[in-house]
Design a protein around this ligand. Sequence first.
Ligand code: MRU
Length: 343
Amino acid sequence: MWPAFEFQEDRLILLDQRLLPFEEKYVVCSDYEEVAQAIEKMIIRGAPAIGLVAAYGVVLGLKKQANDCSLNEIMEMVIVRLSRTRPTARNLFWALERMKRVYEEVKKEGKERIIERLTQEARQLEVEDVATNKKIGELGASLIPQEATILTHCNAGELATAGYGTALGVIKWAWEQGKKIKVIAGETRPWLQGAKLTCWELRRARIPVTLITDNMAGWLMRNGEINLVITGADRIARNGDTANKIGTYSLAVLAKENKIPFYVAAPFSTIDLELKSGQEIVIEERAPDEVRKIGSSWITYPDIPVRNPAFDVTPASLITSIITEKGILEPPFESSIIRLSKD
Ligand code: MRU
């Protein structure tokens, strides 16, 4: 089975990413509400993966249609519920829009045919995602020197996608080309995606990885220990401003100060053409206990006031290039984004 998720007829199987790297356990979702809750609880995460499992959530929703609901009603309910799970992830809305479009095309053709077409579309999204990531990997690897120590943040790998990954896809491609790569993974508080997921993935791929806490990056950059930074993205505005895991912005500022290239790798579908700039991106704020605790252990007073934005926005001015499957975008980003959006 593919690491992050697998759809089988009447169920969606998810690797419970909260338990990695120590336990590989799977959670089975048999209706759309279970899928929505799995996304909210971070059993599955990463913008592209969220979009793909939501697409399968739509299929499960229609399959389990309650007797007193019309297909139109259930479709509406499912889309609304799934789109309320993680507001920043552009790919969630993009995938649901694709599912909705197919539904509109075939809604008069009878339930069986509708489910068949929606299942095909969800599978198609999954296949496309892997191909997209491989293209991002191939194009992005041209930016990686023959020998490089690369800092990455959060997890933008196969666990966050249908396979191969975006930022980690670039690293994997360069590694497969025989380049001498070392990765530095930032731990990524509060959920520790770097420590738990990126380390798990890179160990499996046998790519050397060293873990640091988030506050160590600046010092390593200043000491010349990092050659470039590469991250994924959750939503990119038309001008190139990029929302990604909280802490990304600080790394971009540090990279600029230390004259280190800062790359973003993401499918073109992460770009939200309707947003003029990052100021319009909705940033998810999560539960305060995620900051008050590490795992199940309290690290402070249970009533201490907390802020917990899950993402931040890196201004386009701090980004060297955005690597997409359609090409590598250079600043100023807006004109190349508009041009490639027409391809
Ligand atoms: O909160 P998460 O784990 O869903 O955040 C994930 C990220 O920020 C990733 O970097 C981003 O979604 C890109 S994944 C290919």
